[in-house]
Design a protein around this ligand. Structure first.
Ligand code: TXA
Ligand code: MG
Length: 339
């Protein structure tokens, strides 16, 4: 299959919308990461998403809308807390989980009785969804297990030949995925930290809690609320190790690790002015917000540069720290050294 690269001009958007409406797969930019979209009402098209990504079929997709009125069609009930969150954070980097209505097929929700709904803020995303004229089911547009794409070229690298089109809308401003909040049963629970911070959520619904599994790996036989939690994620080719703590101690530890790995191509992902010898160094930025924006593209860049092992500096500095830590720990398969 030839994958068309489309511009975000009128014609590009119209073409992308028509492809999606008629059952094709279109990758599109959002403020978080690129999504791989299909008509959410077309189960056959949705199944092709799982195939193109190599995604396990028990991992449900988020439904993207460009009009809040769609929520009442997709969801069976919207609680008062859900309504507050929707009012505060849609459009934006936020996904709400609600009890689903009968309008959405089993392929999108992987057989669950709930549906994740997201109204992206990104203008291209909104224009694309409106042009399609239907809600768009979309996961991140990476091959399953790889870092999420934050630029069109990342999608081209992973998806060329596997999907119908890619809408090139430049780089994503947030860089990590949406914050997912389950508001389908009582107290809202954060299932995945992301572009909306916990502080922002509790300012609107103070009783909101965080699922403890966000930063841990699951125990044997444990069943997560968010099926995606149990799969390998965000992994570059290199073996990643997170070194977390004060930056002086982090520097000493990474120097020691570089010494031990002298025979390998080493990379260091920094968030300080620390300098390192004999390593490929990429800076993610000094705030957690910048770290979030640059993390996935840095992981992909380490692959391009042939890094075999990567040491990632990390320190929690602002409200985006939780989202960065969650992605970093997963990309490192929970290899974390606290100093
Ligand atoms: O920012 C984002 O959310 C991006 C952009 C493209 O919108 N999308 C995204 O989709 O990250 P994906 O499929 O890569 O991650 C969605 C996560 C998965 O871990 C999935 O298990 C979970 O959301 N999820 C989807 N529907 C759910 C549901 N009904 N209940 C619980 N978790 C759900
Ligand atoms: Mg994903």
């Amino acid at each position: 299959m030839e994958t068309r690269i489309l511009n975000t001009d009128e014609e590009g958007i119209r073409t992308a919308g028509a492809i999606a409406a008629s059952g094709g797969l279109v990758a599109f930019p959002t403020e978080t990461v690129y999504g791989l979209g299909a008509n959410a009402y077309n189960d056959e098209a949705v199944e092709r998403i799982y195939e193109a990504k190599g995604r396990p079929s028990d991992n449900p997709l988020i439904v993207h809308i460009a009009d809040k009125a769609e929520i009442n069609k997709l969801a069976a009930e919207v609680s008062e807390n859900a309504l507050k969150l929707i009012d505060a954070f849609m459009p934006g980097p936020f996904t709400v989980i609600l009890k689903k209505s009968g309008s959405i097929g089993g392929a999108v929700t992987a057989g669950m009785d709930t549906v994740g709904i997201r109204f992206p803020e990104n203008d291209t995303a909104q224009r694309f969804i409106r042009a399609a004229g239907v809600p768009i089911a979309a996961p991140s547009a990476n091959l399953s297990g790889k870092p999420s794409p934050t630029e069109a070229r990342h999608v081209i690298d992973d998806m060329s030949g596997r999907i119908d089109a890619i809408l090139d809308g430049g780089s994503c401003s947030v860089g990590v995925e949406s914050t997912i909040v389950d508001a389908s049963r009582g107290i809202p629970v954060v299932l995945r930290p992301g572009g909306i911070t916990y502080e922002q959520l509790t300012a609107v619904v103070p009783e909101t809690i965080i699922d403890p599994h966000i930063l841990e790996s699951l125990g044997e036989g444990e069943k997560p609320l968010c099926p995606g939690m149990k799969y390998k994620h965000y992994a570059p080719n290199a073996e990643v190790t997170v070194v977390e703590g004060g930056m002086a101690e982090v520097k000493n530890k990474i120097d020691e690790l570089l010494e031990q790995n002298r025979d390998k191509v080493c990379g260091v992902l920094t968030m300080s002015g620390n300098a390192y010898d004999s390593a490929v160094i990429l800076c993610a930025g000094t705030t957690n917000r910048d770290y979030a924006k640059n993390l996935f593209s840095c992981l992909r860049e380490f692959d391009r540069l042939g890094a075999e092992v990567v040491f990632a500096e990390f320190e929690e500095r602002d409200g985006y720290g939780l989202a960065v830590r969650n992605r970093l720990y997963k990309s490192a398969a929970q290899r974390v050294i606290y100093v």
